[in-house]
Design a protein around this ligand. Structure first.
Ligand code: SF4
Length: 175
């Protein structure tokens, strides 16, 4: 059960700000889009399954359509040829959207320091949280998800309209 946000309480009433209520709802209903290309994807499967049970965080509904997802989870080795496809998937997601980079390959190319592998997905899209490991254990993926929840919960509703955020997207040539 999610905790109520900070607010003012009295007999028969509870008041809080709109930002906090929206943040609470967003943080506890993240819909992931699993962009899994290799072994880290198997760890995601374990994270989804009954033992770790990602549905405890309101994220049991994976979406394979970017338009119905707000959390892009990139898990696996991303070849340079896939970079534009990953970017297109990101661009098809509606705001607000977050990106979780899972595992050494997605974060930095991992052990594949070669001409064909993208040396980190943040070369093509902005990343919110990085999960290290080769592969990371499900506990680490869950911790990454919880960090995204923290960001979603505390983010200003207007951050996405801020000049800083627009400048970040422009630096990736994303409109
Ligand atoms: S980080 Fe390791 S486990 Fe994950 S995709 Fe790369 S090689 Fe596989």
């Amino acid at each position: 059960m999610a905790e109520a946000p900070a607010g003012v309480e009295g007999q028969g009433f509870f008041a809080t700000s709109f930002d906090k209520v929206i943040g609470l709802a967003r943080a506890n209903s993240l819909w992931p889009l699993p962009f899994a290309t290799s072994c880290c994807g198997i760890e995601f499967m374990a994270t989804m399954a009954s033992h770790y049970d990602i549905s405890r965080f309101g994220s049991e509904r994976p979406s394979f359509s970017p338009r119905q997802a707000d959390l892009l989870m990139v898990m696996g080795t991303i070849a340079k040829k896939m970079g534009p496809i990953l970017k297109q998937v990101y661009q098809q997601m509606a705001e607000p959207r977050w990106v979780l980079s899972v595992g050494a390959c997605a974060c930095s190319g991992g052990i594949f320091d070669t001409y064909s592998v993208l040396q980190g997905i943040d070369r093509v899209i902005p990343v919110d949280v990085y999960v290290p490991g080769c592969p990371p254990r499900p506990e680490q993926i869950i911790e990454g998800l919880m960090k995204i929840q923290e960001i979603a919960k505390n983010e200003s509703l207007r951050r996405r309209n801020s000049p800083e955020y627009q400048a970040l997207l422009e630096s990736y040539n994303i409109k």
